[in-house]
Design a binder for this molecule. Structure first.
Ligand SMILES: [Zn+2]
Length: 300
């Protein structure tokens, strides 16, 4: 465990909650209960996924793996957790798990990271067809919210759409912790392109009402509940700035050229600095598309 903890830069958030915020990909985590281990998201990099599973299983068998969203950095590593308990997915996540029709092809994007960030993973990688023939997605699939009682812990999987349609916040009252997935990016750039900002703001309000000390975000360091205000400000700034561009009659291209927050909202999370232009352009472009579409309404 000591070497795994070092390799993964594991951080103990509470006596029973572990996470790592230092890997390329999301912040994969696990919770220890008297009824087994519950994993939340999986490392994108294959050798890290293997190591994270071993770290979790050093405390006992994994009962459940909960994914907070469908983006590749949260689910690709499920492949290396196969056979480790039930996989819990919201229906709206399950429907687009590793969606081959996504603008940014998830399998290709996962492979793109291997040569630079995980060269030892080559022998572990399945062929694309093999991955899609045996998708490591939910075996427990639900709509709305889901409550799991595992040993001495109650785990609330709260449906908080906005960043993605099947977004979950995993709230563990006994630990005073919520794992928000990418509803919160702490101290780093926010990816908006597949989002519904109005729903996302509602999701933040839902999270703000929880009685917690620790927020484990999808990316960036663990923060307190106050950070919800910062994330809201980022979303409102993006939306208002693009709305302002639309009001000025700017084209999509003009909006992308001028509405940018490279400097304001921190760096891109670990290992993805080269995606800064992609994030800025697609955040602005996708918001422009939504704000100029006829019939744009709240909740759409
Ligand atoms: Zn993410």
């Amino acid at each position: 465990m000591a070497t795994l903890a070092t390799e993964l830069e594991l951080e103990q958030v509470t006596p029973n909650v572990w996470t790592t915020t230092k890997l390329r990909g999301c912040n994969p985590s696990f919770l220890l209960t008297s009824g087994g281990v519950v994993a939340i998201d999986t490392p994108q990099l294959p050798t890290k996924a293997v190591a994270m599973r071993r770290a979790a299983e050093s405390h006992g068998p994994i009962r459940y793996l909960i994914n907070t969203e469908n983006h590749v950095d949260h689910i690709f590593g499920n492949w290396w957790y196969r056979g480790a308990g039930e996989i819990v997915n919201h229906q709206a996540l399950w429907d687009i798990f590793m969606d081959p029709h996504a603008t940014l092809d998830p399998f290709a994007y996962a492979l793109e990271a291997i040569p630079t960030d995980d060269p030892d993973a080559a022998p572990l990688l399945p062929e694309r067809d093999a991955y899609y023939a045996d998708l490591p997605r939910g075996t427990v699939v639900f709509t709305g919210d889901l409550t799991l009682a595992v040993g001495d812990h109650v785990i609330h999987c709260l449906w908080t759409p906005g960043h993605t349609p099947g977004q979950l916040a995993v709230y563990v009252p006994e630990e005073r912790v919520v794992f928000t997935g990418d509803t919160i990016f702490s101290g780093c750039q926010t990816w908006l392109m597949t989002s519904n900002v109005d729903q996302w703001l509602e999701a933040l309000e839902q999270i703000r009402e929880l009685d917690v000390d620790y927020v484990v975000p999808g990316h960036g360091p663990v923060v307190s509940l106050d950070y919800v205000q910062t994330q809201r400000s980022v979303l409102l700034t993006w939306k208002a700035s693009v709305a302002d561009a639309v009001a000025k009659g700017w084209s999509r291209e003009e909006t992308i050229a001028h509405v940018r927050f490279d400097k304001e909202f921190g760096p891109v999370d670990v290992g993805q600095g080269y995606m800064m232009d992609h994030i800025q352009s697609n955040n602005a472009g996708s918001l422009w598309d939504k704000l100029t579409a006829t019939g744009y309404t709240k909740g759409r």
